[in-house]
Design a protein around this ligand. Structure first.
Ligand code: GTP
Ligand code: MG
Length: 173
């Protein structure tokens, strides 16, 4: 399951992982993904693309729909989520909503991985700083340290897959 702020790059991350550019719809405008989308990746598992949260410019009607839709999905499926990928923008500190999501995942024992994407927009030094800052703020995930990722260059691709593979081996659909 992929969750995070609107426009952070969740759908692009899915496309890069699967290696199909147009699989999940992406857009430069926030609020592209407006419903819970399932992409079957093998006989047993789906990648679940969720609409992003917390973007002020997303129309009010979309925001009003988000909460019940996402909360409903999460509450019903919590025990069947093999891994939550918390997608953050490598350039920005996690928002309060990101922390709220992380707390929710921890409270329900859902394993998660912090993926800091759009890392191609940072220089090498800034990347390391971002990784360290995320590790001390939202990191400390039970799974792993934050992973720097780029859907554009493929940075972090193998590392993310390693954790996804491991989670799917352990989990039961
Ligand atoms: P919502 O569905 O609105 O919640 O957005 P999302 O999180 O699915 O974001 P999406 O994948 O649609 O990407 C948003 C914008 O960021 C698009 O213009 C993407 O091309 C761009 N983008 C996503 N990932 C990257 C990345 O790793 N590097 C760069 N440079 N741009 C990216
Ligand atoms: Mg999307």
């Amino acid at each position: 399951m992929f969750l995070g702020r609107s426009n952070v790059g969740k759908s692009s991350l899915i496309n890069r992982l699967v290696g199909k550019k147009g699989l999940a719809r992406t857009s430069a405008l926030p609020g592209r993904t407006q419903s819970v989308n399932f992409y079957r990746i093998n006989e047993a598992w789906n990648f679940v693309d969720l609409p992003g949260y917390g973007y002020a410019r997303v129309p009010e009607a979309v925001r009003r729909k988000w909460r019940p839709m996402i909360e409903g999905y999460l509450e019903r499926r919590a025990r069947r989520i093999a891994l939550a990928l918390m997608v953050l923008d490598a350039r920005h500190a996690p928002s309060e909503l990101d922390h709220t999501m992380r707390d929710w995942l921890e409270a329900r024992g859902v394993g998660y991985l912090v993926v800091a994407t759009k890392a191609d927009k940072l220089s090498g030094n800034a990347r390391e700083r971002s990784r360290a800052e995320l590790a001390s703020s939202i990191g400390g995930s039970p799974v792993a340290e934050p992973i720097l990722f780029s859907a554009t260059t493929g940075l972090g691709l193998r590392e993310v897959w390693r954790w996804v593979d491991q989670a799917l081996e352990k989990g039961r659909p």
